[in-house]
Design a protein. Structure first.
Length: 133
């Protein structure tokens, strides 16, 4: 589903978005751990049955990871970086498409940037930014 967010709308869905984002990060960390176990634990290099079972665990984790990403993106949120914890919410400001910007650790949407600017172009929202649809 695609829609443009108002500041109010983005902040209202933010708690659910943060939860979904944390799930994505946890699944990513879990997949990295499982892959590392497969590569470093002799149990998985010497026993084919153990390897297959562990590989199936990795496959399930990866499937859940991509499903979690899909669920978040279906809310209309754009994932910019899982590692840096950056999400964008499409919006309109003075008839121009912009992105409301959230960084992991923030409790509300306080910044925006142009579509081509990215995180380094973040600008603080102000009262006059009620023009953001």
């Amino acid at each position: 589903m695609f829609s443009h967010f108002t500041i109010k709308d983005a902040n209202e869905v933010l708690p659910a978005v943060i939860k979904k984002f944390k799930d994505i990060v946890n699944l990513k960390d879990q997949a990295v751990l499982i892959q590392s176990e497969i590569e470093t634990n002799p149990k998985y290099t010497s026993n084919f049955k153990d390897y297959v079972i562990k590989k199936q665990e990795l496959n399930t984790t990866m499937s859940n990871f991509y499903k979690a990403i899909e669920d978040l993106e279906n809310m209309g949120v754009m994932i910019k970086s899982i590692e840096e914890g950056l999400l964008d919410f499409p919006s309109i400001r003075f008839n121009e498409e912009v992105l409301l910007c959230w960084k992991e650790g923030e409790t509300e949407i306080k910044f925006w940037h142009g579509k081509e600017e990215g995180f380094m172009g973040r600008k603080p929202l102000s009262v006059s930014d009620e023009s953001l649809v």
